[in-house]
Design a protein around this ligand. Structure first.
Ligand SMILES: NC(=O)c1ccc[n+]([C@@H]2O[C@H](COP(=O)([O-])OP(=O)(O)OC[C@H]3O[C@@H](n4cnc5c(N)ncnc54)[C@H](OP(=O)(O)O)[C@@H]3O)[C@@H](O)[C@H]2O)c1
Length: 246
């Protein structure tokens, strides 16, 4: 078994799924706006190690992370994650570009972010090296000068007064024809989306490690319990890759 071998445990057990099987397993539903989120967490709920998520995932998690991006029209990332994880221009790999071309899609998804403060550098690689003009969702109270600077490199869209409104975010993406929405976090954005009932599905990798300590969980903000229904269970060695419908 290679490090990135992924088996299906449930509903129908199957060994060593290839990329096509994983894509079929995780496909967006046809013809509707669908927002799904992808996270990795330790078995005791830590969403970070040393302040970043990268230390938690292994090769199988990275493989699924890439495949989940592949069919997305838009990759949605909170501004905190964009800064902390040092996102660059969003590009999918060559296999994904070929797959997207065959599916009649543009080579790369659009990157969309959400920010109140707009503390985002227009000269940073996430904008300067973007293959597609990114979208920055913000609020009316955002600093005007930062907004003007970002308008040079991105579509800046106001979707609320103090808080970005997830329903308006979904609507604006749908109007742009970006219906397959794939969110890569982070916890505050996910908390806002959950509170608004704006998340359709969650892909969460349960990393086989107990982290202890004070690391954030995958959802922050006001507690709003959200019931999740299990859609599938994948397994890579000791790691579980779970798909829930919310
Ligand atoms: N385990 C995982 O899978 C995973 C995934 C992603 C991230 N992470 C980790 O999460 C940490 C970052 O956490 P985070 O909670 O700061 O990330 P985040 O949710 O990506 O970013 C939070 C920021 O997004 C903006 N934002 C979120 N909701 C908003 C709303 N309703 N209206 C307006 N703006 C909104 C604000 O931006 P401004 O501050 O610009 O106003 C806010 O400070 C990093 O350590 C990262 O490694 C882990």
């Amino acid at each position: 078994m290679s490090d990135s071998t992924i088996d299906r445990v449930w509903p129908e057990p199957a060994d060593d799924l290839d990329d096509a099987a994983l894509l079929a397993q995780t496909a967006f539903p046809a013809g509707r706006v669908w927002l799904r989120a992808n996270f990795v967490a330790s078995v005791d709920g830590a969403a970070t190690r040393g302040g970043l998520s990268g230390g938690l995932g292994d090769a199988a998690d990275r493989r699924l992370f890439g495949l989940l991006r592949r069919p997305a029209d838009v990759v949605l990332v909170g501004a905190g994650t964009l800064r902390d994880e040092r996102y660059e221009g969003l590009r999918v790999d060559d296999a994904s570009v070929a797959w997207r071309r065959d599916a009649g899609m543009p080579p790369h998804p659009v990157l969309a972010t959400v920010s109140r403060e707009l503390d985002l550098d227009p000269a940073s690689a996430v904008f300067a090296d973007a293959p597609v003009r990114p979208i920055v969702y913000t609020v009316a109270s955002a600093p005007a000068a930062r907004r003007t600077a970002l308008e040079e490199v991105a579509d800046v869209v106001v979707i609320g007064e103090e808080d970005a409104d997830p329903a308006r975010l979904r609507d604006d993406l749908a109007v742009r024809g970006l219906r397959r929405i794939h969110s890569e976090g982070g916890p505050h954005l996910f908390g806002s989306l959950l509170a608004a009932g704006a998340v359709d599905a969650l892909h969460i990798t349960l990393a086989p490690t107990v982290e202890r300590g004070q690391a954030d969980r995958i959802a922050q903000g006001v507690a709003v319990p959200t019931r999740a229904r299990l859609a599938s269970v994948l397994r890579a060695g000791d790691e579980l890759l779970l798909h829930y419908l919310l």
